[in-house]
Ligand binder design. Structure first.
Ligand code: PLP
Length: 361
């Protein structure tokens, strides 16, 4: 036998929110925080009109998209890098910053990709405790050592739905050693209407030691096309461009993303839809002693500790009826909770009627 050797990496593979059920055709997928209203009409139109010059390589610098982003968010085009999903930007950041045995701090229940990419490059992932499923600044600071290189957090966080307000976030940056890079993932910022909230980009646009992540996978409804972006100092962006795969964002994705940025009506509608249904569903579930976080992004983390059903049991009952939620036991290691994405009107109504039937049995 040939003994080919390769690195042994101690990680759990990322398991996406499930999208199908055995022996069931049509399902209602409320497991991946995808857009409730689908793709913006503007983006759809632009894609369908596109010449199919697919034999040409795309613009490796995503120039039009970066231009549109800088206009819309009043920031510097040269401090933007685009990726095949923000996933790829996380991966590149880890490759650029981390050597084996460097330490990365991630909050206990944070988005899984931070720990996965950090471990792949050999860094040590240090988990900071959370307080009642919310990121704790003091717990993060407790974990800082000489070896700490980066701190990752999503605000609001997936899957807990909690967030640090603008004062807390600034406090964290101020108290963290200056040569530690703070990465703030703004994946859900568009949904946030709470007055004490500010996006990472708005707070830290000018900071050299903060890096911002953004995505087109959530409110813009382009998850399948894989587009995201990062915002950081010129120095970091120039270095990232050296390691970036040359044609990482395909042409259709660049175009769809550029056009969807211009569709402000669609964004407005999506935010409103989310607020209306998130509060409707939250109240509805309270009647059955299923409680959840204060409304923030396009999902709720459902707590079953006071409910007559265990989360796992409830998950199965919904699944039998063709509705898929996200279990948080695997990967996130959050017990007795389920993450529910706010879906389309029809999906939400179906979800509520199925829940009703489960409890009235
Ligand atoms: C969904 C999500 C993303 C998006 O990842 P993409 O690779 O851009 O699809 C990033 N961060 C968080 C916290 C998320 O929940």
């Amino acid at each position: 036998m040939t003994n080919l050797s390769f690195k042994k990496i101690n990680i759990e593979a990322y398991e996406p929110g499930k999208s199908s059920i055995k022996n069931l055709g049509k399902v209602i997928k409320l497991s991946a925080n995808e857009s409730a209203l689908g793709v913006s009409l503007k983006a759809k139109k632009a894609i369908s009109k596109k010449n199919t010059n697919f034999f040409r390589y795309p613009d490796g610098k995503s120039n039009n998209l970066r231009h549109q982003l800088s206009k819309k968010f009043k920031c510097d085009k040269d401090k933007i890098i685009c990726g095949a999903g923000s996933d790829e930007v996380i991966q590149m950041l880890c490759q650029l910053f981390l050597k084996p045995n460097d330490e990365v701090i991630v909050p206990q229940y944070s988005f899984l990709m931070y720990r996965i990419y950090a471990k792949i490059v050999g860094a040590k992932v240090i988990f900071s405790k959370e307080a009642n499923y919310k990121i704790s600044i003091s717990e993060i600071l407790k974990k800082v050592t000489k070896k700490t290189k980066m701190v990752f957090l999503a605000n609001p966080n997936n899957p807990t739905g909690t967030y640090l307000n603008k004062i807390e976030l600034k406090q964290l940056r101020n108290k963290l050693r200056r040569n530690i890079l703070l990465v703030v993932d703004d994946a859900y910022f568009e949904y946030m209407k709470n007055s004490d909230y500010k996006s990472g980009l708005d707070l830290f646009k000018k900071k050299e030691n903060v890096f911002i992540l953004r995505t087109f996978s959530k409110i813009y409804g382009l998850a399948s096309l894989r587009v995201g972006w990062g915002y950081g100092s010129r120095k970091i962006i120039d270095a990232l461009n050296l390691i970036k795969p040359p044609f990482n964002v395909n042409e259709v994705a660049q175009l769809a993303a550029t056009e969807s940025l211009k569709d402000t009506k669609f964004i407005f509608k999506s935010v409103k839809h989310n607020l209306v249904y998130a509060s409707k569903i939250k109240k509805f579930l309270n009647q059955y002693n299923i409680f959840s976080n204060e409304i923030s992004a396009n999902f709720l983390l459902l707590d079953f500790s006071k409910c007559k059903f265990k989360a796992e049991n409830f998950y199965k009952k919904l699944k039998e009826k063709g509705i898929i939620l996200r279990s948080t036991e695997y990967g996130y290691k959050i017990k007795n909770r389920l993450r529910l994405t706010i879906g389309s009107r029809n999906d939400n109504l179906k979800f509520m009627s199925v829940v009703k039937s489960i409890f009235n049995k």
